[in-house]
Unconditional design. Sequence first.
Length: 74
Amino acid sequence: MSMVFDDEAHSLTVRGTGTDNAEPVMFAMVAVGNVATKRDTFSLVLSDGYRNTATRGPCSRWDDPLALVGQLST
């Protein structure tokens, strides 16, 4: 798994492998904090074609990437 923080772009990119419905997949997760609109965007793309994107109010937990993932399901 790789994780890249970009302080200038206010973004976090995570790439790795996992499973979806017990099938192996590669994934890319990108979270971007938009300072101008105070809205954060989270997107998840799996190699099996699954995609999901969510936009939420500001996330104050940039120090905890898993907090961003949890916002998608709320």
